[in-house]
Design a protein around this ligand. Sequence first.
Ligand SMILES: Nc1ncnc2c1ncn2[C@@H]1O[C@H](COP(=O)(O)OP(=O)(O)O)[C@@H](O)[C@H]1O
Ligand SMILES: Nc1ncnc2c1ncn2[C@@H]1O[C@H](COP(=O)(O)OP(=O)(O)O)[C@@H](O)[C@H]1O
Ligand SMILES: [Zn+2]
Lengths: 256, 256
Amino acid sequence: DPALADVQDRLAKVKRKILVLSGKGGVGKSTVSAQLSFGFSARSMDVGLLDVDICGPSVPRMLGLLGQDVHQSSEGWSPIYVDDHLAVMSIGFMLPNQDDAIIWRGPRKNGLIKQFLTDVTWGELDALIIDTPPGTSDEHLSIVTYLQDAKIDGAIIVTTPQEVSLMDVRKEINFCRRVSLPVLGVVENMSGYCCPLCGHTERIFSPSTGGAQAMCQQMDVPYLGSVPLDGRVAAAGDQGMPLAQLQPDGPVAKCI
Amino acid sequence: DPALADVQDRLAKVKRKILVLSGKGGVGKSTVSAQLSFGFSARSMDVGLLDVDICGPSVPRMLGLLGQDVHQSSEGWSPIYVDDHLAVMSIGFMLPNQDDAIIWRGPRKNGLIKQFLTDVTWGELDALIIDTPPGTSDEHLSIVTYLQDAKIDGAIIVTTPQEVSLMDVRKEINFCRRVSLPVLGVVENMSGYCCPLCGHTERIFSPSTGGAQAMCQQMDVPYLGSVPLDGRVAAAGDQGMPLAQLQPDGPVAKCI
Ligand SMILES: Nc1ncnc2c1ncn2[C@@H]1O[C@H](COP(=O)(O)OP(=O)(O)O)[C@@H](O)[C@H]1O
Ligand SMILES: Nc1ncnc2c1ncn2[C@@H]1O[C@H](COP(=O)(O)OP(=O)(O)O)[C@@H](O)[C@H]1O
Ligand SMILES: [Zn+2]
């Protein structure tokens, strides 16, 4: 497929390519992708964030970039910049109306993902973070296929503590193994909730089968740590802000 | 497509067909589907639950049916029974190993969904509830297409209160409009958390743009009510139990 070479050319100056996966929806993939990108940029690293969740693009809102348009030229598609160090691309920037459903089957989704990888002018980056939808289907196979020659450094996998989430995450880890994608590690999100009034901590999403840490040991993948369930994280997502700004010294900003 | 007539025949004795949709992952579609099914069955209604989340089938675990196999005969595929009134079908019953990733592109997923609708021997039902994955893609288009003649009564849409979820849900409501699928109403899940120690209620997933109720008014769809964020719901999911058993008189069991 000549596209593989095109992708390799286009990403030649991107030092690291990292996928953020889960298998389960709503566990915090976009949140981790967004906050990771803010974090890298705050440390003056040049980072790109690519959103391949075609039907449910949350990245524009989470990066505070609503209402932006993608500029297309002979060079290619310009990403949208949050600041000098953070460039973003998502189908969310290409919708005439934000409430319009994106009713596409696999082939059409694959076509756009290919263009994201061959046409976007990312330039020189320390890292390209790729946020994905839940599951192990068209989007995931396309990303892995088109980046075969450009090479993905690995995947960060996000889960919540309960078994209903872990069972999808085990499938995702096995997907990584099937396509020879290294698992950089697993982040457990929404681990415990600390009541702001009385300080009582409750594991609302209970680790009924040992949580992410036990799963990581069983599957022999690195455990990267946990992030508490905290209303400020959800607020940061809705407002499109870096967590560090909302609560610089809080446990959540430190985790991320 | 001759399959439409086959589906119509097969579902001739099913009084109501209800989709449970969202657009956003992890908001509680499977939880609402499972608990709704338990609720109907407890009232001696004959109900079927079909899981078309091919990559992330949570229904077998949430219904307490792990390790069951689908019996195939000349009649068709027998669903798995929880009790006399509740029949269930999911790809989760067809996996040699629960941890295996289901790495299928659209056409293969569509093929299985078609078989679920033409081959499963549901018999006489008061209601067939269909749990779906997030998004508006292959699975959704297939379900709506194959049930064109059999007719879907409508969709229940599940959301959480924050804008990041509502923006996907608005897309899903517009999807329903595009395919002429009536919206029966919207359930807001994980609405508020009540600390078990001091009773303080906190909206962890804050309704930064008014929550589901405001969205329902704007989009002119019925608001069905809210369910609190409660550890017992997550526990019921992991253990495969009806909420009413865990806490018969609690706010959550009443909501559902
Ligand atoms: N640790 C957390 N505490 C509170 N809310 C969170 C946390 N992590 C994520 N969220 C919120 O949960 C919702 C789902 O997260 P999201 O990143 O969209 O998940 P995914 O990308 O896996 O679907 C978002 O509204 C987000 O702001
Ligand atoms: N009201 C609630 N309170 C606490 N946990 C909940 C609630 N509703 C759902 N959950 C849990 O949240 C997780 C996601 O719910 P799920 O039904 O799997 O969502 P979806 O089907 O939309 O992906 C599950 O572990 C479930 O048990
Ligand atoms: Zn408290």
